[in-house]
Design a protein around this ligand. Structure first.
Ligand code: ADP
Ligand code: MG
Length: 675
């Protein structure tokens, strides 16, 4: 056993004494730990430490403890030996033990003293240990107290914390309960309010429903009434339309019977170039001049209303077969023209001519803006096409419904410029289109003719337009103050439609006789498909062989003349000089010649002055003959052009009054595809 283990043993027993005395069992463990971690007992006792100084403490009685013998057998009182006690070692009277015994006693005494010293040392150690123990005990006690205090303070803290959480939760619960309570009361109020409002709304809805029901009933009644009125209005409108159509048909028949010239009037919209001030008029006059004075008040009446300072007020109406307002389209205008094309294939000659002052819309109405501006046919926007391209399209559409090969169409394009006739399809020796001058002659039958005039056969509308565009490129145009692209010539496009008829079906009337004679002169004996696509009127002169051949199938010709007249113009306003002035005077003279011709026919004079102008001479057959003639009067609406507009309206009115006798029809067979 080493010294450490011994120490444990010794101090454990000592500690046991202490712990038993103080009844603190936990202390034993504490002390054991303290001593185990301290230096060995031998070191403590043997060293010169604090305990070494305690080696001779004042002698005191050791503390008694249970199980502790204060007089162990090996402790003798001073002056008393162990032999005294046993009696066996005590010397008997006078007879001493001698020196051995004395020796022995001395030894024993010495031993006893040694023992005693030893005891003292041990007691001293013991006391020191006790002191130390007491110190440790005190320290341990304080520690335990501190621990206990810590325990208790920790517990208190926890308890405090717990209680504060509980208080907090309690408070929160209290406020939540309060909230729930107020919410509940709020919800209650809300539901009461909702019920109140619901009842009010329900009442309102019921009232509204009742109102609606009443209104519905009233509405149904009104609807029924409106329906009845609509129906009667529709009936009246339909009747009106029927009556109008009947009236128009009757009027047309009357016009045809009388041989009247149909006159339609188109009022164009105000255009930007109307606002350009002429250099001869003042600002005030210019402002007034922009006012519109010509209106279409219905589809048959034009009203001219104007009051100018220094002039008598004008308030005049003009009646025509048809009046187009500024908003009416090219479609609408053509719709009224289209029936004339049916007449054309039915055997009537037809002439449509646009008459009016420069810039009033003649070329726009006859050709359309594309052909006029760019001299090109733009197929994308066909809505702007004028009468000439549309009439050709319609004509070829109608022909396509007839038996193939029974009709063919030839075109001539002529310009009357400075009282001369130019063939716009003629080519010079180099084959270049050059607008060769031609003459107008009167045939023995009293018809007008242009010898050597170029005719081109066309198979469809686009071929026709191609030719017209070619011709237009040669047409003389000159800018004037009124119109930048003013045409300085009258354009006459003629489509000659030749129809093959069998001899049996050919008519026998005087008219037919005339036609027969003419055909014998003009018709070539060849079939259309064999014809040269280009011919001139002189090349049509018949030969004996041709006449023989012509006996079998005969041909009837009808003619569609489309005329874009040059505009009448006031020289002062157009501001033309020099060559253009001559053009203007030629134009004006030819137009007055036209008016004179109409006047002579209207008055049924024996002499009609067709030859006063190349224009009237060229148009003789259409104006004075047997053609259905439509004059499209073109009017500018502004006051600026009042004089010219009044002149045009007067011309139209006179033209309407012309009675040429019944229009003659060529005796054509009824051709149909099924034939
Ligand atoms: P004119 O041949 O009578 O001298 P134009 O036909 O050349 O006159 O017309 C003059 C201008 O007015 C052109 O720019 C043309 O496009 C325009 N114009 C004429 N009539 C109408 C119309 N009804 N709607 C729109 N523009 C028109
Ligand atoms: Mg023109």
């Amino acid at each position: 056993m080493d010294s450490g283990e011994r120490s444990v043993f010794v101090f454990s027993s000592s500690a046991k004494c202490v712990s038993e005395n103080e009844e603190e069992p936990g202390m034993q463990l504490v002390l054991e730990k303290v001593i185990l971690s301290s230096p060995s007992r031998n070191e403590q006792l043997g060293g010169g430490g604090r305990l070494g100084q305690l080696r001779r403490p004042p002698r005191r009685r050791p503390r008694q403890c249970r199980g502790f013998n204060p007089n162990p057998p090996w402790v003798l009182p001073l002056g008393e030996t162990s032999a005294d006690r046993s009696g066996a070692m005590r010397p008997r009277g006078g007879f001493g033990p001698g020196p051995v015994w004395a020796q022995r006693v001395r030894q024993l005494e010495h031993r006893a003293r040694t023992q005693e010293e030893r005891i003292i040392v041990l007691e001293t150690e013991n006391a020191a240990l006790h002191l130390k123990l007491a110190a440790y005990q005190g320290w341990a006690g304080r520690g335990v107290n501190e621990i206990l205090q810590l325990y208790s303070s920790h517990g208190q803290q926890q308890k405090f914390q717990r209680s504060s959480v509980v208080i907090y939760l309690h408070e929160a619960m209290k406020s939540l309960k309060q909230d729930v309570k107020s919410l509940r009361s709020f919800a209650l109020e809300l539901s009461k309010d909702f019920q109140r409002q619901y009842k009010a709304c329900l009442y309102q809805v019921l009232t509204a429903v009742q109102g609606i029901q009443l209104q519905n009933e009233a509405m149904q009644m009104f609807q029924m009434k409106a329906f009845d009125l609509e129906q009667s209005l529709q009936e009246v409108t339909e009747r009106y339309e029927r009556e109008k159509q009947k009236r128009r048909a009757l009027h047309n028949s009357l016009v045809e019977l009388r041989g009247n010239i149909r006159v339609h009037c188109r009022i164009r919209p105000s255009l930007p170039f109307d606002h350009a001030a002429g250099h001869t008029i003042s600002q005030d006059r210019h402002r007034n001049s922009l006012e519109n004075v010509a209106y279409a008040i219905d589809d048959e009446t034009v009203l001219v209303k104007c009051s100018r300072p220094g002039h008598a007020p004008i308030n005049k109406t003009f009646q025509f077969e048809r009046v187009y307002s500024a908003t009416e389209s090219q479609d609408t205008v053509f719709a009224d023209v289209a029936p004339l094309l049916t007449s054309l294939l039915d055997g009537y000659n037809v002439c449509i001519m646009a008459y009016g002052q420069t810039g009033s819309g003649k070329t726009y109405t006859m050709l359309g803006p594309q052909l006029e501006e760019n001299l090109a046919f733009v197929s994308e926007d066909e809505s702007e096409l004028g009468i000439i391209p549309r009439a050709t399209q319609e004509l070829f559409r109608l022909i396509s419904e007839k038996p193939p090969g029974s009709y063919w169409v030839e075109v001539s394009v002529v310009e009357v410029y400075n009282n001369e006739v130019f063939d716009l399809l003629a080519k010079d020796s180099c084959g270049k289109a050059s607008g060769i001058r031609r003459d107008v002659v009167t045939t023995r039958e009293g018809k007008s003719d242009v010898p050597l005039l170029t005719y081109e056969t066309v198979a469809n509308a686009s071929e026709f337009l191609h030719l017209v565009i070619k011709g237009l490129q040669l047409r003389v145009r000159h800018p004037t103050l009124v119109h930048a692209h003013s045409s300085r010539s009258h354009l006459v496009v003629t489509l000659t439609i030749t129809t093959i008829v069998s001899g049996d079906n050919f008519g026998t009337s005087w008219e037919d006789e005339q036609i027969n004679q003419r055909l014998n002169k003009e018709v070539s004996c060849t079939y259309p498909q064999k014809r040269d696509s280009k011919s001139t009127s002189s090349s049509r002169a018949s030969s004996p062989t041709q006449l023989e051949a012509a006996e079998k199938p005969k041909q009837v010709k009808t003619r569609l003349q489309l005329v874009d007249l040059a505009g009448s113009e006031c020289v002062g306003m157009s501001g033309v000089t020099g060559a253009a002035l001559r053009e203007t005077s030629c134009i004006n003279r030819s137009l007055s010649a036209l008016a004179d011709v109409l006047g002579a026919i209207a008055e049924q004079r024996s002499h009609v002055p067709y030859r006063n102008s190349k224009l009237t001479h060229l148009l003789q057959d259409s104006v004075g003959g047997d053609a259905k003639l439509l004059v499209m009067l073109c009017i500018s609406p502004s006051q600026k052009y009042l004089t010219e507009s009044m002149q045009s309206l007067g011309f139209g009115t006179r033209a309407r009054q012309v009675q040429r006798g019944q229009i003659k029809k060529r005796n054509l067979p009824l051709l149909s595809k099924t034939k």
